[in-house]
Unconditional design. Structure first.
Length: 91
């Protein structure tokens, strides 16, 4: 099983961070620029790290060229739902 998470990527940020909401999407700010998928890869890695998951447990479902993306996280990650709630509550 897996959990789908809607994210909003903010490429070129001065500080990489995961947390807060943009509408109903979890914000993932990354240092990488939006060139050749670098920001997308950085966002997936940052999200995995924030959730305590391995990068291979986080997959892009849609939005490869958009700031708004849908990702899938394996629900084998311990405490996944609680950690997602904590990240969404950050602001």
């Amino acid at each position: 099983m897996s959990v789908r998470v809607a994210i909003r990527v903010k490429p070129g940020a001065s500080r990489a961070r995961v947390g807060g909401l943009h509408g109903d999407r979890l914000v993932v700010a990354v240092n990488a620029r939006a060139v050749d998928g670098a920001a997308t890869e950085a966002a997936l890695a940052a999200l995995a790290g924030s959730l305590g998951a391995r990068r291979r447990n986080v997959r892009l479902v849609s939005g490869a060229t958009s700031r708004d993306k849908l990702v899938e996280v394996d629900d084998a990650v311990p405490g996944l739902a609680g950690r997602l709630d904590e990240l969404r509550a950050l602001g």
